[in-house]
Design a protein around this ligand. Structure first.
Ligand SMILES: Cc1ncc(COP(=O)(O)O)c(C=O)c1O
Length: 479
């Protein structure tokens, strides 16, 4: 057992970060991995950028604990996070929410088990299903015409799925969506629990909900069993830094821990882990005043965007998400490109929307933003409008299953077909525009005309896909 584990509930403390800093201050000699030897061995031309952090990029040395058997500073840091977020136990993730989603699904179901899953989930959820060999029961989200996109499943859809499949081993939901939209998840959690079904929530975009009102309430506080959050998305943490929180009467933290030690690196980044410690402290120590400043600033930035003539500013439940809804058939991709040409980078573009995310601090570059919006008002007048497509018929069935099981997929041969010839074929790969990373076609799903139309439209609009060459065809199973 390392160090003296003292349960410390002072949220200003950062046990892991502090230990790393005091370790580095001793200027230890490295005869161990990593090969940069605390920064001594590094390409000269880029050293300047990394210099200050390399001494903290260490490994499981004495006093620095071990992510896979935490008993010292990592355990203390995780306990502080659990206390702050209201979990029974918090795991630090160094592979993003991706690894948390995989682990929670593997912990919840064995091959062949039914699991109810929101259809418009991130691909990591779908990959978790495939890895587990589960039998997914997909529930379709509702189409919201005011924002022209699918949001969340309705209560009645969840109810129908549970009634038809009471033997499901879990319900998997995404909350909030990419645009910060939440929904009455509490009632769904209660319903699932009433049927002894645990609820797993991908809350990748909601770590800052812990700041309290007016931010929505985290699914963890609303009773969800496992909640995964990308700290790096909305809090000041390094890319990939994420949390998995568990508080459950149905699922054990030991089983989740078992899968996490299989899925996570045996050399987890101390920089990433320490940033989880400091991000939690950052969130926990925001004062009422800080929160007011953030919200006032987000409001002001929204008002700046409202001076744009080619879009409307759409609000969601999350005050930090600013969505521009294109007018007059203007393409969201083209508008995002135009912003980027002025050095302003949004989070995400779709053919109709552009999403901007405000940070957890007052925004200080108003002048540049205002100037850009003004010049885009002129510039975009010359932009040709693009054909829009009605996607409200994408999910035709409320509850849907794969055409072939994951076990059958192993034994099937695949072939390539052009997307225009793929109707009624069973997809052997997922087709995923990225971002947002939500598959339009799922692996194992029978391909519909609506899906083909949407993909062709997205290709035409310049959307990016995680695919090597979608124009040359997609993989389907041979029959
Ligand atoms: C809803 C959702 N879940 C999970 C993820 C994966 O998160 P990460 O990038 O932290 O692995 C993303 C990433 O964009 C996401 O949007």
């Amino acid at each position: 057992m390392e160090g003296n584990f003292v349960m410390n509930r002072n949220q200003q403390q950062m046990p892991l970060m502090e230990q790393l800093i005091s370790f580095a201050k001793k200027e230890p000699l490295s005869f161990h991995v990593p090969g940069h030897k605390n920064g001594a061995v590094f390409p000269d031309d880029i050293k300047a950028y990394f210099e200050s952090i390399l001494p903290l990029d260490v490994t499981e040395l004495t006093g620095l604990d071990d992510l896979h058997a935490p008993q010292g500073v990592i355990s203390e840091a995780a306990q502080l996070a659990a206390d702050f977020f209201g979990a029974e136990h918090t795991f630090f993730l160094v592979g993003g929410s991706t690894v948390g989603n995989l682990a929670m699904i593997l912990a919840a179901c064995a091959p062949g088990d039914k699991i109810i899953v929101q259809r418009n989930c991130h691909k990591s959820v779908m990959n978790g299903l495939e890895l587990s060999g589960a039998n997914p029961i997909f529930i379709s989200p509702e189409y919201d015409p005011s924002v022209q996109r699918y949001t969340a499943p309705s209560y009645s859809t969840v109810e129908q799925a549970i009634t038809e499949h009471p033997d499901a081993k879990a319900l998997v939901l995404t909350y909030p969506d990419y645009f910060g939209q939440t929904y009455p998840i509490k009632e769904m959690i209660e319903l699932a629990h009433h049927h002894q079904i645990p609820v797993l929530v991908d809350e990748a975009h909601g770590v800052h909900f812990a700041l309290g009102e007016p931010f929505p309430t985290s699914a963890l506080a609303l009773g969800a069993d496992i909640v995964v959050q990308s700290a790096h998305k909305m809090a000041p943490a390094l890319t990939m830094a994420s949390y998995l929180h568990i508080k459950s009467n149905f699922l054990s933290k030991e089983l989740v821990g078992h899968y996490l030690q299989m899925l996570q690196s045996s050399s987890p980044s101390y920089l990433v882990m320490a940033s989880l410690d400091s991000a939690r402290a950052y969130l926990a120590t925001r004062t009422e005043n800080d929160r007011e400043n953030i919200l006032t600033s987000a409001h002001q930035v929204k008002r700046m965007f409202q001076h744009g003539e080619h879009w409307e500013v759409v609000t969601s439940n999350d005050p930090l998400k600013i969505t521009l809804q294109m007018k007059d058939g203007l393409s969201g991709f083209a508008v995002a490109d135009a912003f980027e040409a002025h050095g302003i980078y949004p989070e995400l573009a779709t053919d109709r929307q552009v999403l901007f995310i405000h940070g957890l601090k007052g925004f200080e570059k108003s002048e540049k933003l205002q100037k850009t919006i003004k010049s885009l008002n002129e510039q975009l007048k010359k932009q040709p409008n693009h054909a829009t497509i009605d996607t409200s018929d994408l999910f035709t069935e409320t509850i849907q299953q794969l055409a072939v099981t994951y076990q059958q997929m192993h034994r099937l041969r695949t072939k390539t077909v052009l997307i225009e010839h793929a109707k009624d074929q069973v997809a052997a790969e997922a087709i995923i525009p990225y971002p947002p990373g939500i598959p339009v076609i799922l692996k194992g799903e029978r391909i519909t005309e609506e899906q083909i139309r949407l993909i062709q439209h997205l290709i035409q609009q310049g959307a990016t896909f995680q695919h090597h060459a979608i124009e040359q065809g997609i993989q389907v199973f041979e029959r």
